[in-house]
Design a protein around this ligand. Structure first.
Ligand code: SF4
Length: 488
C-alpha cells in the first residue's frame, strides 16, 4: 500500500481562484470581532491564509495565520490580543509569493510619521520592475508579495502626509488593486483607476466599514452605502469621511468574472445583484444555444443561478441532478495512487433518479482545464443519462489573468488551443456551447461589448488586456518576485 500523502484537492485546480478579500472598520469597540465575521463572509475569496491588524491608541496588534478564518481566529486567547477600535483584515489565495507567514496580509511597516498596515486585493503588473529599482536604492524586502512594493514606495516618497505619499506611490504602480490601509488615526480605502476589483463602503449604525463585497456587510448587520469609485481614495478619520480622486479619469473596467463566478451570489457588486446577473446569463445562454432536453442540471454550486435562468427561459425543468458534498475541504488525505480515480466523486455525486434515461443539459460557470467537466460528464453518463449537453455561462477562457486571479498558464487552458468541437469531443458531451461575449454584456444590461463604452475587463476571454502587462511582457511571470523559499 502506498504511503498516505497530504495533498491539495485536485478539483480545486480546475477553477479560477479569486486572490483575496479585504475588510476594514473604523471606530467600533468590537473592531476585531466584526473583522473576523467580515472575513468569514469573504472566505470564498481566499482560503489559504488570513490576518487582522488592529490599532489600539498608538499600538498596532497583528495576528495572521495559514488556513481558514475560523481556526485562525477561533480562540478567545487570540481575540484578546487584538484590542482596538479600528481594524483591517485580509483573506488570501496566493498568486504572487508562496503561502508562508511572511506573505500573509495585512502587512505592517513603521514609517516616518507612524505605522501603516495594508491589505490588498489584486495584482500589480509592474511589481518586478519597481522592486528591482527599490532594491537598487537600498530597500530591504521581507516578503515576496507585490503589495510590499506599495509599502516601500510610500516609505520612500518625499511627499508630506500619508494620503499624499500613498497617491505618490500609487501613481507609480500599474495593475489591479483594491486596498484597505490602517494608520494610527485613519482607515483608508482605495480602488485602482480601472476599478478592476470590487470595494464597497458600508455603515454599521454610523460606523464606517470597507469590504470587498456586500455579503461582508450583511453578516454584521451593516448597511450598504455605495461602491468605492474607480480611482477613488476614501479617508475615514475622526473628522468623518473624505473622498479624493487624484488619478486622471479612466474608462472603468470591472472584472466581469466577478459576476460569473468569484463574487458570492448574495452580494451586490457595482450596483448589480450577482445572483440576478447569473440568472440573466442563463436566460441569454438559453436564447443563444437552445437544445431539446428533459432536464437542466447545474454543476453545483456556481452553476446553479445560470441553470435556473436557462430553465426559466427554455421551459425545461430544473433539478439538482448532481449533489455536492460541502464537507470536503480544500485539502484531504488520500492514498496518492487513488486520487485520480476518486477524483470528482469526493465532491460531487450523481442524483440518479433525475438522470437515468433523460436528455440532460449540464450548466457550469466556466471550463478551465476541462478535467472536472470530463469527470462530471462521465459520472452523469454512468448514472444512465441518454444524452448529455453542456452549456457554459462564460465565453471560452483562452487567456490567463494578470489582475489578481490565479489562472493556469495559457498552455493549460483547454480553450486556448482547442476549438469548441474538439473541446466537445475531449469532454465527451453530445453538444457543447458557451455564451458569447456580446450575450454576456447583454446579460449585464450593457448594450453589447462594442456598444457605448466597454464597462468590463474580459481579457481572459478576449486577450484584450486593459492595463499594460509590464513585467509579463519583459519575461517576468506575473510579477513573481520570489528570492527566498521559506517553509512555515
Ligand atoms: Fe477578471 Fe478575466 Fe479580467 Fe482577470 S482577465 S480581471 S479574471 S475578466
Amino acid at each position: 500500500m502506498k504511503a498516505l500523502q497530504f495533498t491539495t484537492d485536485p478539483l480545486a485546480g480546475d477553477k479560477l481562484h479569486e486572490e483575496c478579500g479585504i475588510f476594514g472598520i473604523f471606530g467600533h469597540p468590537d473592531a476585531a470581532a466584526h473583522t473576523v465575521l467580515g472575513l468569514h463572509a469573504l472566505q470564498h475569496r481566499g482560503q489559504e491564509a488570513a490576518g487582522i491588524v488592529t490599532i489600539d491608541g498608538r499600538h498596532f496588534n497583528s495576528h495572521r495565520g495559514v488556513g481558514h478564518v475560523g481556526p485562525i481566529f477561533g480562540a478567545e486567547t487570540v481575540m484578546s490580543k487584538l484590542p482596538g477600535i479600528s481594524a483591517i483584515g485580509h483573506v488570501r489565495y496566493s498568486t504572487t509569493g508562496e503561502t508562508v507567514l511572511r506573505n500573509v496580509q495585512p502587512i505592517f511597516a513603521e514609517l516616518v510619521g507612524g505605522g501603516l498596515a495594508i491589505a490588498h486585493n489584486g495584482n500589480l503588473t509592474n511589481a518586478y520592475a519597481l522592486r528591482r529599482d527599490l532594491v537598487g536604492r537600498g530597500c530591504i524586502f521581507q516578503s515576496t508579495m507585490d503589495t510590499e512594493v506599495i509599502i516601500h514606495l510610500i516609505a520612500t516618497s518625499t511627499r508630506h502626509g500619508i494620503v499624499e505619499r500613498l497617491v505618490d506611490a500609487l501613481r507609480q504602480v500599474q495593475g489591479a488593486y483594491s486596498l484597505v490601509a490602517l494608520t494610527e488615526t485613519a482607515l483608508i480605502g482605495v480602488r485602482d483607476p480601472y476599478g478592476v476589483r470590487p470595494l464597497v463602503l458600508g455603515s454599521l449604525k454610523g460606523v464606517p466599514i470597507l469590504a470587498s463585497e456586500t455579503c461582508a456587510l450583511d453578516i454584521i448587520g451593516a448597511d450598504f452605502v455605495r461602491d468605492v469609485e474607480p480611482g477613488e481614495i476614501i479617508v475615514i478619520d475622526a473628522e468623518g469621511i473624505t473622498s479624493h480622486h487624484p488619478f486622471p479619469p479612466n474608462h472603468p473596467r470591472f472584472c466581469v468574472f466577478e459576476y460569473i463566478y468569484f463574487a458570492r451570489p448574495d452580494s451586490l457588486v457595482e450596483g448589480r445583484s450577482v445572483y440576478e446577473a447569473r440568472k440573466r446569463i442563463g436566460y441569454e445562454l438559453a436564447r443563444e444555444h437552445p437544445v431539446a432536453a428533459d432536464v437542466i442540471v447545474p454543476v453545483p454550486d456556481s452553476g446553479v443561478p445560470a441553470a435556473i435562468g436557462y430553465s426559466r427561459e427554455s421551459g425545461i425543468p430544473f433539478e439538482f441532478g448532481i449533489i455536492r458534498n460541502h464537507y470536503v475541504g480544500r485539502t484531504f488525505i488520500e492514498p496518492e495512487d487513488q486520487i485520480r480515480h476518486l477524483g470528482v466523486r469526493l465532491k460531487h455525486n450523481a442524483n440518479r433518479v433525475y438522470l437515468e434515461g433523460r436528455r440532460v443539459i449540464l450548466v457550469d460557470d466556466s471550463i478551465v482545464r476541462g478535467t472536472t467537466s470530463t469527470k462530471i460528464v462521465s459520472m452523469v453518463r454512468e448514472a444512465g443519462a441518454r444524452e448529455v449537453h453542456m452549456r457554459i455561462a462564460s465565453p471560452p477562457t483562452t487567456h490567463s489573468c494578470f489582475y489578481g486571479v490565479d489562472t493556469p498558464d495559457r498552455d493549460d487552458l483547454l480553450a486556448a488551443h482547442h476549438d469548441v468541437e474538439s473541446m466537445r469531443r475531449a469532454i465527451g458531451v453530445d453538444s457543447l456551447a458557451f455564451i458569447s461575449l456580446d450575450a454576456l454584456y447583454r446579460a449585464m444590461g450593457e448594450p453589447g461589448r462594442d456598444g457605448l463604452g466597454r464597462r468590463f475587463c474580459d481579457a481572459c476571454f478576449s486577450g484584450e488586456y486593459p492595463i499594460p502587462l509590464i513585467d509579463h511582457e519583459k519575461g517576468r511571470p506575473n510579477g513573481q518576485l520570489s528570492l527566498l523559499t521559506e517553509h512555515a
